[in-house]
Design a protein around this ligand. Structure first.
Ligand SMILES: *Cc1c(COP(=O)(O)O)cnc(C)c1O
Length: 424
């Protein structure tokens, strides 16, 4: 069956025809038949260069041979034990060796679980109820953090089904705004258990912290005994070997991980200072558990992935990122497009916005209609990026320079197509 038919069929069985909302786009998403390396092939027989990469996990591209081989071996000796394994220690050591804030780890099954548990841990550690997040930051789909914000301190749930009672302790402030955070902490500091933040806001596009912003947050949280949580579900093992905290040189108290940590299989983790992590059950009283936590298949995929992520790997990936971002900048300069190219390491995006983007409100000013014309042209040219202005695009080490040149050429066409209509 072709993608269009499959989508019509799928809509009968799944709300909106998909199992996670961002996957649906108009008129219909392509259905995947297979993938390998930098490429993904749909049921219509078309192959794309993949810059969505499952929204972040696939830093080695699809079906990396070492991961496939070692995970296949693990499959033959069991897929879940309900008892600990030596491999969990091996992967924990990798996490602790890489992530500056990590002294102890708990593995779980998704980024959502990781942030939910880290927030509970911060509340248990401080005995305080309120949490602070930044407007537009995404920390998974659980109740406490499904608050976009944008209207002052106390914020309303972003979805029906979440009682206001659940989010009344979730406060939000604009990203990159020292004044707003200072004011909030002056007022509420003694009640705030934690600040949870994406170091690079990767779920409203790609917004970097302004110079000094992370240092400021580190200082103000320390002064007020607030636990600082870096949600590095995207940036962990992506921004650098040690994540965004290594990239920017600021170390939080707790870190949440997901996406890459499971080597392309479902997995999450949270880690941090021993003094805090020791409160987790069964060592301490803060409850956290999971049937599939530390699952041997995901753990093996994590180990097989980490084994390939050394310093030279990141150097090479950064070189590829710089090549692509450089090409994008040249195209924009040559044509005088009024857009904002952003990104770092192996992340990139273009904001269809005449002004620089520092926070959620700025990002909201971007022109989604123009973005969609750009997206459609890329798709037609065989380049798959997430179908949203408010996602980040990725590069894996499986992307060749030839792939990246093709992507650049498609972006040139995409920008042309996006703006031609407007000029008319
Ligand atoms: C993807 C993501 C999550 C949620 O992870 P899931 O594995 O989808 O539950 C949390 N935080 C950030 C920053 C993410 O990008």
């Amino acid at each position: 069956m072709y993608s269009e038919e499959l989508f019509n069929e799928s809509k009968k069985y799944f709300p909106g025809g998909v199992n996670s909302p961002v996957r649906a786009f108009k008129p219909y998403p392509f259905f995947v038949k297979s993938a390998g390396g930098s490429k993904i092939t749909d049921e219509d027989g078309k192959t794309y260069i993949d810059h969505c990469l499952a929204y972040g996990p696939l830093i080695l591209g699809h079906a990396n041979p070492k991961v496939v081989r070692e995970v296949s071996n693990q499959l033959t000796i069991g897929t879940a034990y309900g008892a600990p394994t030596e491999n969990e220690i091996t992967l924990a050591k990798e996490v602790i060796d890489r992530i500056p804030s990590a002294e102890m780890v708990r593995f779980c099954n998704s980024g959502t679980e990781a942030t939910m548990s880290a927030i509970r841990l911060a509340r248990g550690f401080t005995g305080r109820d309120k949490i602070v997040k930044f407007e537009g930051a995404y920390h998974g789909a659980h109740d406490y953090v499904l608050v976009k914000g944008g209207s002052g301190a106390a914020t309303l749930p972003d979805s029906p089904g979440i009682p206001e009672d659940t989010t009344k302790n979730t406060l939000s402030v604009p990203f990159n705004d020292e004044e707003a955070l200072t004011e909030l902490i002056e007022k509420e500091g003694e009640n705030i258990a934690c600040i949870i933040m994406e170091v690079v806001m990767g779920n409203v596009g790609c917004i970097e912290p302004k110079p000094g912003f992370l240092e400021f947050i580190r200082k103000i949280t320390e002064e007020n005994n607030i636990v600082l949580i870096f949600d590095e579900v995207i940036t962990g093992f992506r921004a650098s070997r040690g994540g965004a905290q290594e990239y920017y040189g600021v170390t939080p108290d707790l870190t949440t991980l997901g996406k890459i940590v499971g080597g392309g299989l479902p997995m999450g983790a949270f880690c941090g200072k021993k003094e805090i992590m020791e409160l987790i059950a069964p060592q301490g009283p803060v409850y956290q558990a999971g049937t599939f936590s530390g699952n041997p298949i995901s753990v093996q995929a994590g180990i097989s992935t980490m084994a390939q992520l050394d310093d030279s790997f990141y150097k090479e990936l950064e070189r590829k990122g710089n090549f692509l971002r450089g090409n994008i900048q040249s195209i924009i300069d040559d044509e005088g497009y009024n857009v904002q190219p952003v990104g770092l390491a192996s992340m990139f995006q273009i904001y269809f916005n005449p002004a620089p983007v520092y926070n959620y409100a700025d990002a909201q000013e971007s022109d989604r209609k123009i973005f969609l014309r750009y997206f459609k042209t890329l798709l037609k040219e065989g380049i798959f990026i997430p179908p949203s202005q408010f996602e980040c695009n990725f590069i894996s080490n499986a992307h060749s320079m030839e792939d990246l040149q093709k992507t650049s050429d498609a972006i040139e066409l995409g920008l042309g197509a996006a703006f031609k209509k407007r000029r008319r």
